[in-house]
Design a protein around this ligand. Structure first.
Ligand code: G6P
Ligand code: ZN
Length: 542
């Protein structure tokens, strides 16, 4: 029943910020999926007879790849695969299931917020037994295996019926199809006061949740509408589609502009939110106010004690380096640790496992806590709702008060997408070469006090990750950070992160792009963004 199939390596299977991401036709090349999945198993040890969790965001090719993973897992000696019904598990739900059932690890099929369809993106990533993304030393080992692979093992089994919950035997292994939502909903009930949230909705509180035809639809419908009693119709675009309805399932102000417009309009509901392809990102928009992800993590951390799951307070807060320093001020006031990590949720894993951090967040619309080892879109929504319910205030009031207490970190990210890779690398190389000469110089009237290439020393395992983003620090704590994205599937994406701290309450109402205009101009002067990219403006501003 088990076949060993000869294969040849592909040289481009290096996992990025979050697993291997490519266009579907690349994954459809002969043995491409098989090679990568076998390489994951080749890089692991000791899984014989153990359980593997499997699920994905339902995008095009999800089902086919799920069947392959099951057959390869059986041939390699796993004892059991637990797979979400229909091949579906949101990323945070998968993380929870790995932890809850003490599985050996899990495979998540997703390209997150990237578009789906026959010519769009697909992805495969491995999460370890703590429920979190594979650390760099494992992804490096997987990559090494992909370059040396000679054969893979696969069991000759009939396709599993992924739609029927229950347990079957296949290829000497057990396959259990599980409810995709139940375990996750139970976890949320344990963290949040569902009675208080039911009262909130009963009192007439109106909300809009946009699932963007991606994986959170069934989760949000069950939790918000069925369990919490939010009005029918609260969840929009809740039916997961293989091509996300032809849209980018990216909950930002470009791809969820309709939600933004509604929240700023005359008949806005009290609260609006959205999540991405695989359910780990969040977009939070109160009536009349967009909450930046960097602000959101700070505000959630400052108020977390209002939810039962966090009533004893936080151990610490962690944020990725490009994320604004708003959370730092909260940590300082709470007297708890603050950790600055490279971009990528995997870097939070050690801090969470070691009990050093409780809440983590990234500027890229990710917030989460120690309840799982992934960021979690719906969790962020439920924590926001809990805070609104407990404080009896609007999101706008909470944000305004937060700024008045801590000061405001004006923050924006400018993305230059699809830039020629050589040109993007030239920009970075040139900038690196002049970093040492920058401190002490003045650009557009702004004095540079420091400039470096961020290198992270993991306080838990001592590992070092270098070249994680170039930071230029100006007098008064203003910053510009530049780095190349690690999640794209074509060309290079240059990300420019701009931040200015403003303590004066009277100056908290300025338009963000206006407040940051001199820093934006300085970034171009210093890095030659227009000259190198040939673009005169960013493709996306968030
Ligand atoms: C994924 C990761 C995040 C990361 C984001 C942006 O969503 O899970 O941790 O912040 O990608 O990464 P990028 O390399 O594209 O800036
Ligand atoms: Zn995602």
């Amino acid at each position: 029943m088990i076949r060993t199939v000869a294969t040849k390596p592909y040289d481009d299977q290096k996992p990025g910020t979050s697993g291997l991401r490519k266009k579907v036709p690349e994954f459809q090349q002969a043995n491409y999926v098989e090679n990568f999945v076998q390489s994951i198993f080749d890089a692991l040890q000791g899984f014989e007879g153990k359980t593997l969790i499997l699920g994905g965001d339902g995008r095009y090719y999800n089902r086919e790849v799920a069947q392959k993973v099951i057959a390869i897992a059986a041939a390699n000696g796993f004892g059991k695969v637990m797979v979400g019904q229909g091949g579906i598990l949101s990323t945070p739900a998968a993380s929870n299931v790995i932890r809850k059932y003490k599985a050996f690890g899990g495979i998540i099929l997703s390209a997150s917020h990237n578009p789906g369809g026959p010519h769009e993106d697909f992805g495969i990533k491995y999460n370890a037994e703590n429920g979190g993304p594979a650390p760099e030393k494992l992804t490096d080992a997987i990559f090494a295996c992909t370059k040396a692979i000679k054969e893979y093992k696969i069991a000759d089994i009939a396709p599993i019926d992924l739609d029927t919950i229950g347990t079957v035997k296949a290829g000497g292994m057990t396959v259990e199809v599980i409810d995709s939502v139940a375990d996750y909903a139970e976890l949320m009930e344990a963290l949040f006061d569902f009675d208080a949230l039911r009262k909130l909705f009963k009192s007439g509180f109106r909300m809009r949740f946009d699932a963007m035809h991606a994986v959170t639809g069934p989760y949000a419908k069950e939790i918000l509408e069925h369990r919490l009693g939010a009005a029918a119709g609260t969840c929009r675009n809740f039916k997961p589609l293989p091509d996300f309805g032809g849209h980018h399932p990216d909950p930002n102000l470009v791809h969820a502009k309709h939600l933004y417009d509604e929240m700023m309009g005359p008949d806005a509901p009290d609260f609006g939110a959205a999540s991405d392809g695989d359910g780990d990102r969040n977009l939070i928009i109160g009536k009349g106010i967009f909450v930046t992800p960097s602000d959101s993590v700070a505000m959630l951390a400052a108020n977390a004690r209002l939810a039962p799951g966090y009533k004893d307070g936080l151990k610490g807060i962690a944020r990725s380096m490009p994320t604004s320093g708003a959370a730092d001020r909260v940590a300082e006031k709470l007297g708890i640790g603050i950790y600055e990590t490279p971009t990528g949720w995997k870097f939070f894993g050690n801090l969470l496992d070691a009990g050093m951090a409780t809440i983590c967040g990234e500027e890229s619309a990710g917030t989460g806590s120690n309840h799982v080892r992934e960021k979690d879109g719906l969790w962020a929504v439920l924590l926001w709702l809990s805070i609104l319910a407990a404080r009896g205030e609007s999101a706008l009031q909470i944000v305004t008060e937060h700024w008045a207490t801590y000061g405001r970190n004006y923050y924006s990210r400018h993305d230059y997408e699809g830039v020629d890779s050589d040109r993007a690398n030239a920009l970075v190389d040139e900038l690196r070469a002049k970093l040492a000469s920058l401190p002490g110089t003045t650009v557009r009237g702004l004095k540079i006090v420091n400039a470096d290439d961020f290198s992270y020393h993991d306080p838990v395992d001592g590992s070092i990750s270098e070249k994680q983003g170039i930071r230029i620090l100006f007098e008064g704590n203003s910053r510009v950070v530049l780095r190349l994205s690690g999640t794209g599937t074509s060309g290079a994406t240059l990300r420019v992160y701009i931040e200015r701290y403003e303590a004066d309450k009277a100056k908290h109402g300025i338009d963000t792009q206006v407040a940051l205009a001199d820093l934006i101009a300085a970034a171009d002067d210093i890095a030659g963004i227009k000259r190198h990219t040939g673009r005169n403006k960013p493709s996306v501003i968030t």
